[in-house]
Write a protein that binds this ligand. Structure first.
Ligand code: ATP
Length: 401
């Protein structure tokens, strides 16, 4: 207590001037201490005020009732919209006046008020389910020089895909429509994906690879929505090449539709067909499909204007295998004495993918032996290993066996 201390101080000191001085000093010290304390408390107060504000906002958010997600199916002339809610049924709903009408397009995701079901917010297109179903590459790094053989196939792809993307005016001048979809058929590993990526590289186009079986979703309507969003994205990123691998997973002919799963596949296919038909910016988005079961495809997919060009990718012959080996050996440290003819003959019936695997395996044998050069013997062992591995993997038969 300052009072007690003062009394003690003044009692001990005889000079009153001195005692007043020290008392003033004491009060000054005390004032400074109180001032510091005040500042600390003020800082604490403003920190707590901020925290209260944050908690209040958080509470406010938590108190809000949830919105329902929906997809717009159609915009009506009177300003209302037909939406398909994520909970199931379709509704005719009003649109909040804060959303400009022209911004709402069929296929868009929106949020609905829980009571009135009115559209209250636009939502960004969902990208996550698509990540599972597709890969995007902006101008892939594979060029025609990385493809061995397949000369005729590449020539045809260039005419049907590259030309319409690079020079749409040529088709306009002649007065014909460029082919819309191109179907690549052939056994797995024969370079279908590789060729599609190479065209994307040469045309500086975005490459979107979609796997047919991934498009067929568990949830009703999801597959069709994915197809719609993929084509929307392709238009956004044009020029684009959409490559649909395993097209037969969506496009297989179904004689009788028995289960709801079949119906879902059918719906996805219908959406794909409607996207193929409704292509306005055709010159800027090319669609390539790939399958090793062209025999089971729904004829609807092969009609003119859809996948009407079929390019077959055969197993590589001797000359093509030699070229493919040369491509994959480019970066490898191979012994000069390697007899390539011998390797080419020993890989009869093998695909480009097998050849790539053989080169990697041969390199692995060299590494295992502690050598930095790959020898003929390494290739012999690698060819045997890849052949054995394939025998043990029961590959799906398909028409190509
Ligand atoms: P799938 O039907 O299984 O998708 P695919 O025909 O699309 O098979 P790719 O993915 O193109 O086969 O080929 C796999 C790999 O094999 C390629 O990345 C490439 O390294 C190699 N390959 C295949 N064909 C060739 C080729 N003609 N020239 C060079 N490499 C090739």
């Amino acid at each position: 207590m300052p009072g007690t201390a003062d009394a003690k101080d003044s009692g001990n000191l005889e000079d009153p001037a001195l005692s007043t001085q020290s008392y003033t000093r004491h009060l000054e010290r005390r004032l400074r201490a109180l001032e510091t304390e005040r500042q600390i408390l003020q800082a604490e107060r403003s920190r707590l005020e901020k925290e209260t504000q944050t908690l209040r906002t958080e509470l406010e958010k938590l108190r809000q009732s949830p919105l329902i997600t929906a997809t717009i199916i159609e915009m009506l002339d009177d300003g209302r919209a037909i939406v398909k809610s994520s909970t199931g049924p379709n509704f005719v709903v009003h649109v909040a006046s804060s959303i400009p009408r022209e911004r709402l397009q069929p296929g868009m995701r929106v949020a609905l008020n829980q009571r009135s079901f009115a559209v209250t917010q636009e939502l960004p297109p969902s990208r996550d389910p698509m990540i599972r179903a597709m890969e995007i590459e902006e101008a892939p790094d594979v060029s025609y020089a990385d493809i061995g053989g397949l000369r005729e196939q590449l020539q045809e792809i260039r005419e049907t895909v590259e030309l319409p993307l690079l020079k749409p005016e040529v088709f306009e001048t002649v007065g014909i429509e460029p082919p819309r979809g191109v179907l690549l058929t052939g056994p797995p590993g024969t370079g279908k994906t590789l060729s599609a990526r190479a065209v994307a590289h040469e045309t500086n186009a975005t490459f979107i690879r979609v796997i047919g079986s991934e498009l067929v979703q568990k949830f009703i309507g999801e597959g069709a929505r994915l197809v719609r969003e993929i084509f929307m994205l392709a238009k956004e990123k044009a020029p684009t090449i959409i490559f649909i691998d395993e097209l037969d997973a969506v496009g297989a002919q179904r004689l009788d539709i028995a289960t709801s799963g079949d119906r879902e596949v059918q719906r996805t296919l219908m959406q794909l067909l409607s996207e193929l038909d409704g292509f306005e910016s055709r010159g800027q988005v090319a669609v390539l499909g790939a399958t090793n079961r062209p025999d089971i495809l729904d004829p609807a997919l092969l009609r003119p204007g859809r996948f009407d060009r079929i390019i077959e990718f055969p197993l590589p012959d001797d000359e093509s295998r030699r070229e493919i080996f040369r491509i994959h050996l480019r970066g490898m440290n191979v012994k000069e004495s390697l007899d390539l003819d011998d390797v080419v003959v020993a890989t009869k019936g093998r695909t480009g993918a097998d050849i790539k695997a053989i080169c990697t395996e041969a390199g692995m044998f060299a590494i295992r032996d502690g050598r930095d050069e790959v020898t003929q013997e390494d290739f012999r062992l690698a060819i045997r290993k890849v052949a054995e591995r394939q025998k043990s993997e029961s590959a799906p038969a398909g028409i190509y066996g």
